[in-house]
Design a protein around this ligand. Sequence first.
Ligand SMILES: [Zn+2]
Length: 305
Amino acid sequence: MKRTALALLLATGAALLLAWGTPAHAILLGPSMPPATQVAYRLTATVEGPATPDPTGTVDPTGAPEPTGTAEPTGTAEPTDTVEPTATPRPDFPAWMKLFWGRRVHRIRTTRRYVALTFDDGPNFRTKEAVRILDRYGAKGTFFATGCQSKRAHMAAVNRYVIAHGHELANHTMHHARLNKSYAADVKEIMALEKLLVEQTGQGTRWVRAMGGAVDKTGLRATRNTKHLYAQWSLSIADSVRGYTPPSWLYHNIVDHIRPGAIVLMHVTHPETLKALPWIVRELKRRGYTMVTLSELAPLGKPYP
Ligand SMILES: [Zn+2]
């Protein structure tokens, strides 16, 4: 008996020591940044406890130099305050989401070197390749899926693959639609895909993007009322202009213009983009950028402007 008690005591001590030795950024980001697999709506009312730092390595320990002593700019409250179990049937709306409701989010206002790479128009057979490239460098991405693509053979597995590898799956509407028609049509576009993705992956999505970024006030209202945030972008790789663009141009489209808090638009439909992706990720890392999912980027700052 005594021995067991001693072992317990020792284990607790070790755990405390471990927590003490956790780097500040891990503590800062850990609890408020759930691994992307938990990012979407959970069905149970779990409270994100302040327990352990995120072990999935969303934060590159060698990456961004942390500005010392900066407080969380959004003032995100204690992790335990982020859930209001009685407020909504989907209880996992962290406090930071309040800042973004009903807005076009182009980028996040922060001076810290965090950016979100987003990949539209999947899933397709290149999605897994993109995931593998990101994984190789410890980077995270957000994949905006359409319903047309998700319904195709084998694509449910690709959507699951994205989530299983710690990336974020997002909603690019059922029919790759503009969200500027009517309120009812916009809601339908978002929710039809939402339903499909929940069936495929067991999770809902947090972010919506319209085809070509075409959203109006009504579309934003539809996005908000379906409990989603709307993501535009601040930097486009410009891979969807007509014709062939050399991967080196695509690379420069990103690395010459990247800024902290950027939301980068790319497409998984272009082989040149996949070719440029490793160069981009490597160069951004070299400059101290950490590539995170949209739901990890947003809590680091405020909407811009
Ligand atoms: Zn698109």
